[in-house]
Structure formats: C-alpha cells, structure tokens
Design a protein around this ligand. Structure first.
Ligand code: PLP
Length: 353
C-alpha cells in the first residue's frame, strides 16, 4: 500500500500558517536583539534565561542524531512524550469523525489523549501471551482509522512486541503507526528506528524520563520522516522545550556513561528481583520483562498492595486492568530498595494482615 501523508493529515493542519517566532524570522548572528520583547538586562538567576529558547532545539538534535542513528531532520523534541502523543491526534485525527486503534493492556495516555481530542478508540486487545494480535489489528482498520498505537516494550506487561508484526501492520495501513519505545534502553532488541527509511508511516516515541533519569525535566522524542516531523513542528507551541531543559539534556548526554552504568545495574537488579519475588508462595507468576519494571501475578493483589503501603513501599496495582487480573507492577529500584521490598514481603501473611 502506498502511504499518502497528505491524505491522512487534517485539512486545517495542511493549510495552517504556523506562528512565526522572532527567533525563526531572524536566526543569524547579530549583536543587539530588540525583536522579542525580552528583558534586555538579564535574568535574575543568570543562565541567559532572559532569552527565548531555540524553538527547534538545533544543538540538542545535533547531539541526539548520532546516538540514535537518525538525521536531525527526523527528530522532534517535545515536553515529554505526552506532547508527541497529543500532537499525533491534533495532526491526524478529525474530532468526532476519525478513530484510532490501541491494544490493551497498555499505556493509559493514548486513550486519555483520544478522549480529550474527541476521537473514537477501537480496542484490539493483546493475545494471552501479551503479543499483538496482528490479524485482528489489521481487520480492525477502517476508512477513518488514522493512528495505531503500539507500545514496545509494553507498559504494564513489560514485553517487546514482535518486530515483524509491527512492520506488517505498518505495511498494510495507510495511516500512522506510533511505536512507543519509552523502555527501549532496557530491552534486548534494537529500536525500530532502523525501519524509518523503509516505513514512511512510522513514528517512534522515546523519552528521557526513564533510563536517562530526567523525568522531572520533561523531554520526550519522536523519530519519523522529515515530512511528519515538519508537521509536528508546525503544530507544537513555538517554545515547547525550555532552554533550561535543553541544557539539562545536553548535560545528561555528556554523562551517558553514568546512564549506561545504571541501565546495567537495573538489568541485574531486574533479574535478581524477579527471582526473589518468584520464590514467594503468594506469587503465581513473574512475567519476563524487557523494561525497568516487573509484572507480578499474585494471590491477593489488593492485600499485598495495602500491606506494602503500610510498610511505606508503593507499587502499582494493575489488578483491575484487562489481562492483568491480580497483577502488581513493580519498578526495579536500587539494590537497597529491592531488598527492603523483599524483606517486607517476607512478613506478608505473618503479621496478621
Ligand atoms: C513513562 C512512559 C512514557 C513517558 O512519558 P514522558 O511524557 O516522556 O515522561 C511514555 N510512554 C510510556 C509507555 C511510558 O510508560
């Protein structure tokens, strides 16, 4: 199927004349900038924060491109991945008319964003092994389907989706396939970014919030064709990523070795934690994880959750989520935090709870 980007883009977006910032109208070198109504005296905290940030995050993208093996023109930088998710709706889905496909159990924001944008959601649930039901997804596509969200590694199940399934769905769909790779740094497989040049309808989301340890800074990434990135840049708020955030992420990239060390420790801890958890008789199953959390199916999720809250340890109760009956999602912590969790659980059922 030949993919026609203009055909799946909302007409008002195709016709949009985007806001032109002072910084985009004059981006050359000059000495005196009296074009943006900034405070010319300075910022009270220094740091050059009196000036508006680079709306296209040029330096940051120049640093990200070689790490991710993509061209800078294939990168969108947003205020968290959540901004990129919302942009997908605003660019491709006509409210009250178009629809999207999501594959539960999965990340909640895809539906929240759909509801905010008044876009219908078709749910094609995962198979019992948490893999995509490819043929059901493909038969769920209709004339007005604009987006298919795939989360890989998936939250909350922790597994990677089969690469061939994602490729097959993208090849059969004349809309956008969004692959959310928030946890890819913990996974045993490489990113889908290698498919970008052969799949013009692929959008890959990544984030600095998880492995990179920068959740509070709010920076997410999207990788796609330069044409799709161009649409995202037209629709985003002009100054969507602050200069503080851009500088902080460049600093993080300068410390990639620290991050890589933490990823290695997280993988070790994930294995150790999974093993310890599996030894409890109230644990029925620990699902294999490609992320920085494990999904545990337990005998009495509610009681264990409350027992842990009393011990001042918070995990995520996913027991009411489809296909996740009785499941708790547990983030891999530091070695100390993980042993605290295990020691607490050793007392579960003994202290009369
Ligand atoms: C945590 C998470 C994100 C990250 O969102 P940010 O807005 O970048 O912090 C995205 N997708 C999934 C599936 C997540 O679990």
């Amino acid at each position: 199927m030949t993919f026609d980007l203009a055909r799946v883009t909302r007409e008002n977006i195709l016709n949009l004349s985007p806001y032109s910032t002072a910084r985009s109208e004059f981006a050359g070198t000059a000495e005196v900038f009296l074009d943006a109504n900034e405070n010319a005296f300075g910022s009270p905290v220094g740091g050059g924060f009196n000036r508006y940030p680079d709306p296209l995050q040029t330096e940051l993208k120049r640093r990200i491109a070689p790490i991710k093996g993509v061209d800078a023109s294939q990168i969108f930088v947003g205020n968290g991945s959540d901004e990129a998710i919302d942009l997908m709706y605003r660019i491709f889905c006509e409210p009250g008319r178009d629809e999207v496909i999501i594959c539960p159990p999965t990340y909640g924001m895809y539906r929240v964003s759909a509801d905010i944008n008044n876009v219908a959601v078709r749910e094609i649930r995962l198979a019992d092994n948490f893999q995509l039901d490819d043929s059901a997804v493909v038969s769920g596509i209709c004339e007005t389907t604009r987006l298919i969200f795939v989360c890989s590694p998936n939250n909350p199940t922790g597994n990677l989706m089969r690469r061939e399934s994602i490729i097959e769905i993208a090849e059969k769909f004349n809309g956008i396939v969004v692959v959310d790779e928030a946890y890819i740094d913990f996974a045993s497989e490489r990113s889908m970014t290698t498919e970008l040049n052969s799949l013009p309808n692929l959008v890959i989301l990544q984030t600095f919030s998880k492995a990179w340890g920068m959740a509070g800074i709010r920076v997410g990434l999207a990788f796609a064709s330069a044409e799709i990135i161009g649409l995202m840049n037209r629709v985003k708020p002009p100054y969507n990523v602050s200069s503080f955030a851009q500088l902080a992420i460049i600093d993080a990239i300068n410390n990639t070795n620290i991050v890589n060390g933490w990823i290695a420790s997280t993988l070790e801890q994930r294995a150790a934690l999974s093993k310890s958890l599996a030894s409890f008789d109230f644990v029925e199953k620990i699902y294999a994880s490609e992320a920085n959390f494990v999904l545990a199916r337990v005998k009495d999720a509610d009681a264990i959750y409350r027992f842990l809250v009393d011990a001042k340890i918070i995990v995520r109760d996913r027991s009411k989520v489809i296909l996740c009956d009785g499941c708790l999602r547990i983030t891999v912590g530091t070695p100390g935090e993980n042993s605290q969790l295990i020691s607490s659980l050793e007392n579960f059922g003994i202290t009369g709870d």
